[in-house]
Design a protein around this ligand. Structure first.
Ligand code: ADP
Length: 348
């Protein structure tokens, strides 16, 4: 590939092929009628085919139940243009995750990924693969797609396609970053603990959070009582603040209210984020901090990976703390975390 900025969409799609083709996971990408366009070697194997035989094959011939089972999801994506995910039974007996992505002008694309339970060793292997084999080519793809988007002679339709490509590369990048964060934290490599002033870290993040809330005309208020230093990593604790307050902004409708508070008891420092958004049914509350869990309302209506709260939980627990949620539909939600005060630190 040359550095000529007038790259074709074909070049960008070939790059996508290279990214998917190199992945060690089973990944299969098919168009709206089920024709397979890109897949990894493991993806071809999962269909019982050689890679060359699998490209161009219709899923109707090799995995008819999968295609039939997704018709409802495809219809919804066609209707409102929102990405949707669903688990599907793959012909090799595994459970795959199907992501149906709208592609302007092409109809929905189906991305299948082996979502089988990962053993800890596989988990670390996967992280190594995504960090080295996926993140770098994805950055290249992102760069080329931007160059392509800036090409003046692109038609309006090509611009729409490239913009969709950029948006989805962005999402993949967020997902990869979140997975890497989780793996690092779970492997005990979340970062050195040092005395952290929660109030100071909230104040550092405040300007950016206020800007996000202003964009939704929300009232974001801070009630920051002085608290003792807690032994955590400042970068990770800042991530907790951004995730909890960011979620409150994201899930609370325009014009809503969000309150961020710090509290202290004899042995705990707490961060409490309260919103007057939609609230969450009691039945799903135990699942909120699980990896990849997204509420039904969230899927399709808001961008996200379902990893934000799992990251919060991993960070807080890795420094000896705990997380909680209190919520009722129609009454808003309160998310919080508590971190231990080092034994000989006086209450301020
Ligand atoms: P994501 O935001 O990427 O979906 P998270 O792990 O941050 O993932 O959150 C998991 C789910 O918890 C969300 O999909 C949403 O359903 C729910 N949720 C999180 N924060 C709130 C909130 N403040 N109000 C209502 N629902 C929330």
């Amino acid at each position: 590939m040359s550095n000529d900025p007038r790259l074709t969409l074909q070049d960008a799609l070939q790059l996508l092929d290279a990214v998917v083709g190199d992945a060690q996971d089973a990944i299969v990408i098919a168009d709206a009628v089920g024709v397979v366009h890109s897949l990894s070697a493991a993806g071809a194997l999962s269909l019982g085919l050689a890679h060359s035989a699998a490209v161009g094959k219709n899923l109707a011939d090799v995995a008819p139940a999968v295609l039939d089972g997704l018709q409802g999801t495809m219809a919804l994506v066609r209707l409102d243009g929102m990405t949707r995910r669903a688990p599907v039974e793959w012909p090799d007996g595994n459970t795959f995750q199907a992501t149906v992505v709208p592609a302007p002008g092409l109809g929905p694309l189906m991305v299948f990924h082996n979502a089988s339970e990962l053993k800890p060793r596989d988990w670390m292997d996967l992280v190594t693969v995504v960090s080295h084999d996926l993140k770098a080519p994805l950055s290249v793809l992102y760069g080329y797609a931007h160059m392509l988007n800036d090409t003046p002679e692109l038609s309006a339709r090509s611009h729409a396609l490239v913009s969709a490509l950029i948006e989805n590369v962005d999402r993949m990048h967020d997902l990869i970053q979140s997975l890497l964060d989780l793996a690092q934290i779970e492997a005990g490599m979340g970062g050195e603990a040092e005395p952290c002033d929660l109030v100071k870290l909230i104040n550092n993040a405040r300007e950016m959070l206020e800007r996000q809330a202003q964009d939704k005309r929300q009232a974001l208020t801070f009630e920051l009582a002085p608290v003792s230093p807690v032994m955590t990593n400042p970068v990770r604790l800042t991530q907790v603040i951004y995730n909890l307050v960011g979620n409150a902004i994201k899930y609370t409708p325009s014009g809503g209210r969000i309150r961020v508070a710090t509290e202290q008891s004899a042995d705990q420092v707490r961060l409490v984020v309260k919103d007057n958004g939609p609230g969450i049914p009691l039945s799903v509350q135990p699942r909120l901090y699980e990896k990849f869990y997204r509420g039904e309302e969230a899927t399709g209506n808001t961008d996200g990976t379902g990893l934000g709260l799992a990251i919060v939980k991993s960070i807080v627990e890795s420094y000896g703390g705990s997380v909680w949620v209190e919520s009722q539909p129609g009454e808003g939600s309160t998310f919080g975390c508590a971190l231990p005060v080092p034994p000989d630190d006086p209450v301020p």
